[in-house]
Design a protein around this ligand. Structure first.
Ligand code: SF4
Ligand code: SF4
Length: 406
């Protein structure tokens, strides 16, 4: 446990968390940089949780040693930011101080539930969305698989097989419910996983639900009315809608979703919240080179229509690098920053604290001609394939970056 000797290293996640990728491989948390060498479905949850690499990290952090695989947390802390370690430790200590039971074993389980998804978001890829596979194959992979899509899909099976209905992982998960206090379900699209709903039912039937907090990132296209009532049995629900733009911007970013269906589902969620007080709603908006210029428009809509009932979290794309907002050429960077600086001060209470960090991030990077060229080529290539048009959808920004007449 946390003490004077290890307070600069001890981490609740190292002790009690595990994160599983779309292909079932596991790591301690989403921030760690360790090798993912064991997978759920092939080895049990407990074998994964107790693997030697995790035990070593756990021991180091307990003994005051800042393990190198946690470097992203150390870096943030050295720069005066609150790392994931510090945020999650604070929450856990708050839980204990409020009289909550200490965690035992695996208590926080993040599951990226394979690649079953109905969308092809611009900044996503086949390992997270099955809908991306054909497009990716046609544009990038056909030559590597002798133009044989079947060969490619066999190779891609590893991105969903852990979470397929017949996978042994699900029974194993039910057998591990007694210690779990938090699930983070990501996708694919988590609401499309039948087994995820079945596990929630088991958690209710076995009496564990009242102690479990649920977190989701959903793409806004799903609101399964016949299933969501189950949430009321859980201690807390944190539902994040992935909203990267408004109107046609949303539809460009999150093809082929429609803004009207996302609006409709957010209204269902808003209504639901009125009678289910154990829940928190948010937008999770992912910022990339495609949509950063239009962040003020997104915030206008958020402030006008959603801020009373929803929170907002702004997420930055780090890779692929051509979508990273720190890679803008100087003139584009200046135009973007000038626009961000005009965001109304009255938004301060919902998000203003993010602005300096985002501007610093934009200004901190180094422009690379190749990377920027790749951004333009990739955008046009997918425009052609999908019959979309970046320049028509984002005309002001396209003019600034010079793709309006390409
Ligand atoms: S210190 Fe950071 S990277 Fe390491 S386990 Fe904790 S949260 Fe994860
Ligand atoms: S909804 Fe999520 S998993 Fe699906 S394509 Fe979009 S980002 Fe990828």
């Amino acid at each position: 446990m946390l003490n004077e000797q290890n307070k600069h290293s001890w981490c609740v996640n190292a002790e009690h968390a595990m994160s599983a990728n779309n292909n079932g491989t596991t790591k301690i948390c989403c921030m760690i940089k360790n090798e993912e060498i064991m997978a759920l479905g092939e080895n049990t949850i407990q074998e994964n949780f107790q693997k030697i690499e995790f035990v070593k990290i756990r021991e180091d952090l307990q003994n005051g040693i800042r393990h190198k695989d946690c470097r992203w947390c150390w870096q943030e802390e050295e720069n005066g930011r609150k790392s994931k370690r510090l945020r999650d430790n604070e929450k856990y200590i708050g839980h204990l101080e409020a009289g909550g039971e200490p965690f035992q074993g695996l208590a926080k389980f993040e599951l990226n539930l394979g690649n079953t998804c109905n969308l092809r978001c611009r900044t996503c890829a086949p390992h997270s969305s099955s809908q991306w596979m054909k497009e990716y194959f046609d544009l990038y992979e056909a030559k590597n698989y002798d133009n044989d899509y079947k060969k490619y899909s066999i190779q891609m099976k590893r991105y969903h097989q852990t979470y397929d209905d017949e996978s042994p992982f699900w029974d194993d998960l039910v057998n591990n419910l007694s210690t779990v206090k938090q699930f983070d379900f990501y996708g694919g699209e988590p609401f499309m996983s039948k087994k995820m709903w079945a596990v929630l039912e088991m958690a209710v039937d076995q009496g564990y639900a009242k102690d479990i907090e649920l977190h989701y990132a959903t793409n806004g296209t799903q609101w399964p009315k016949d299933k969501v009532e189950i949430f009321k049995h859980f201690r807390h629900l944190n539902l994040n809608f992935s909203i990267d733009g408004v109107g046609e911007h949303f539809e460009f970013m999150r093809y082929p979703a429609t803004w009207s269906e996302a609006q409709e589902n957010m209204e269902y969620a808003r209504e639901f919240k009125k009678t289910h007080h154990n829940m928190q709603l948010s937008w999770c908006s992912t910022l990339s080179t495609l949509n950063i210029y239009n962040l003020p428009d997104l915030l206008d809509e958020f402030y006008k229509t959603y801020a009373n009932d929803f929170g907002i979290y702004l997420n930055l794309v780090h890779g692929p690098i051509h979508y990273n907002i720190s890679k803008l050429p100087k003139s584009v960077r200046e135009a973007v920053v000038a626009r961000l600086e005009k965001i109304p001060k009255e938004y301060e209470n919902i998000w203003w604290h993010y602005l300096p960090g985002i501007i610093n991030f934009i200004n901190s990077g180094e422009y690379e001609e190749d990377v920027w060229r790749r951004f333009k080529i990739t955008t046009l290539r997918h425009d052609d394939y999908r019959n979309q048009n970046f320049a028509k959808t984002f005309p002001e920004f396209a003019k600034i970056i010079g793709t309006d007449n390409e």
